[in-house]
Design a protein around this ligand. Structure first.
Ligand SMILES: *[C@@H]1O[C@H](CO)[C@@H](O)[C@H](O)[C@H]1NC(C)=O
Ligand SMILES: *[C@@H]1O[C@H](CO)[C@@H](O)[C@H](O)[C@H]1NC(C)=O
Ligand SMILES: *[C@@H]1O[C@H](CO)[C@@H](O)[C@H](O)[C@H]1NC(C)=O
Ligand SMILES: *[C@@H]1O[C@H](CO)[C@@H](O)[C@H](O)[C@H]1NC(C)=O
Ligand SMILES: *[C@@H]1O[C@H](CO)[C@@H](O)[C@H](O)[C@H]1NC(C)=O
Length: 441
């Protein structure tokens, strides 16, 4: 007998099937039936390979939605279906996409998968896979971004195709796009060969919490155990996932193709215990005060063959030489780094935060590693900055005192003797603030 809980992810409600397929055996659940809310409890399909029920998560127990259908069924394709009285499907887990597609389940035009927060927390995570309705492209983005090319980190290149596409996984594990009434198909993965030691195999495609789409094969062994393999991943280089590393850090693949996050020269981890949490400038580069042009004390480090999100604060035309690109950033105190496209010599000046960094990609980055504005080095820049902040604080304090006084006068209507007392108490504060305001101008 199978152990259904070996496949907890197969229980997660997913995508679109609107017709009742008679080819799958099903366990009928009649109206009024109930299932106990304990981990592992649920309605099993006839094969026992799929269960609609409860599984343990970080936040306690989780279950697929319930509804008002007259009869429900847990089918052997993994779809949990609620039927209306006229035997049409009122609701199904296949029609409610989260992070997974099962065989036979479609990601319809315009629909999205969202990654989970983690393997044990099924809340919406950081990434999405979008089947774009407008152009037919299937694209991965960080969850909080617009559908723009600059935010995309993987796509099938099926844009401008002229008709919407549906993403589908078949029972042999082929993930493919289909459109124009079946006349167009594009296979993203290959069929998975049957293996002699297996009684059956199931496939699923999940947008995992790390932003990678993986095709899984779950083989049911003669012993009754399950064997799980990853057969395909997209993107193949996990460092291409935008957001794999935090701000101001870049991603490098180690020997096992695992991503790790590093800080560029002149930057340190924000939290030494959290490599993915991003880096912060240890040099104070990019902190400028009005009128300051160059950072006299700063120097530049060079990183070859890297790539970063290009959010330029200044562009030098194609054909710029490395030395000129470096000099352009050096003479601009707002410039933290310069990116030189080694193909065409376009040089762009960058500000903080630097995002989506990774090794590879053919850019050279020149990054400032020190400067007059550095708190560590002291200097006029840092001092002015401090001065400016104090003055702003004193202005805010004055406004607050004024407002409080106004409110007190209007709503509390104190007697004159009280006003005099309050004024005597506040006077030293107000006068010192006024003095500081005048002094600092
Ligand atoms: C479940 O209900 C369907 C539709 O009414 C029926 O055809 C099927 O035989 C039932 N299956 C079982 C195992 O009772
Ligand atoms: C079946 O019932 C549902 C819900 O009552 C209704 O929306 C749908 O139109 C009906 N379909 C048919 C074919 O009668
Ligand atoms: C789609 O293909 C089916 C089967 O080949 C055919 O019966 C149907 O008319 C086609 N629909 C359209 C809109 O072309
Ligand atoms: C796509 O996959 C299907 C199903 O395995 C196969 O029949 C077809 O030949 C494949 N197409 C290409 C172009 O590889
Ligand atoms: C650039 O980096 C990538 C990934 O680290 C590597 O595969 C490639 O060979 C490098 N290219 C050059 C010219 O160093």
């Amino acid at each position: 007998m199978a152990k259904p809980l070996d496949l907890p992810l197969l229980l997660i409600p997913v995508m679109v099937v609107t017709l009742i397929s008679v080819s799958f055996a099903q366990t009928n659940v009649t109206s009024g039936a109930s299932v106990q809310a304990i981990a592992g409890a649920g309605w099993s399909s006839p094969s026992g390979h799929f269960v609609f029920g409860f599984y343990a998560t970080d936040g306690g127990l989780t279950v697929g939605h319930n509804g008002d259908g007259d009869v429900a069924a847990m089918r052997d394709d993994g779809n949990f279906v609620l039927y209306a009285a006229n035997a049409t499907v009122a609701w199904s887990t296949f029609a409610a996409p989260t992070d997974t597609l099962l065989a036979g389940q479609d990601l319809a035009p315009g629909a999205q998968l969202f990654s989970s927060v983690s393997a044990t927390s099924r809340a919406t995570g950081k990434y999405r896979l979008t089947n774009q309705l407008n152009d037919g492209n299937l694209v991965m983005y960080p969850a909080g971004t617009m559908n723009v090319a600059a935010a995309a980190y993987w796509d099938t290149g099926t844009f401008q195709i002229g008709f919407p596409l549906t993403l589908r996984l078949d029972a042999s594990g082929v993930l493919y796009l289909v459109g124009n009434n079946g006349s167009y198909t594009k296979n993203l993965t290959k069929a998975s060969a049957a293996q002699a030691v297996e009684q059956a195999h199931y496939h699923r495609v999940t947008l995992d919490p790390d932003g990678v789409l993986r095709s899984y094969r779950h083989g049911l062994l003669s012993s009754g155990g399950w064997k799980t393999d990853v057969e395909w991943i997209g993107p193949s280089d996990r460092c291409h996932v935008k957001g794999a590393c935090g701000f101001n850090s870049y991603c490098v693949l180690d020997r096992d193709a695992q991503p790790s996050c590093l800080c560029p020269p002149g930057f340190d981890l924000i939290d030494a215990g959290d490599a993915a949490g991003g880096c912060t400038a240890s040099s104070g580069a990019g902190e400028c005060t009005a009128g300051q042009r160059a950072d006299p004390g700063s120097s530049m480090a060079t990183m070859q063959n890297v790539s970063w999100a290009d959010t330029p604060c200044g562009v030098l035309a194609a054909g710029t030489r490395a030395a000129d690109c470096q000099a352009a950033c050096m003479s601009d105190c707002f410039c933290v780094a310069a990116l030189l496209d080694t193909n065409d010599g376009t040089c762009t000046k960058q500000q903080l935060p630097l995002r989506y960094g990774r090794a590879g990609g053919g850019y050279t980055m020149f990054v400032k590693t020190g400067g007059a504005a550095s708190p560590a080095l002291g200097g006029g820049g840092g001092g002015n900055h401090h001065h400016h902040r104090l003055r702003r604080a004193s202005t805010v304090a004055l406004v607050c005192v004024g407002l409080l006084t106004f409110v007190a006068l209007v709503y509390i209507r104190p007697r004159w003797s009280d006003i005099v007392k309050i004024f005597c108490c506040l006077a030293p504060v107000v006068f010192s603030l006024l003095f500081w305001e005048g002094f600092s101008r």
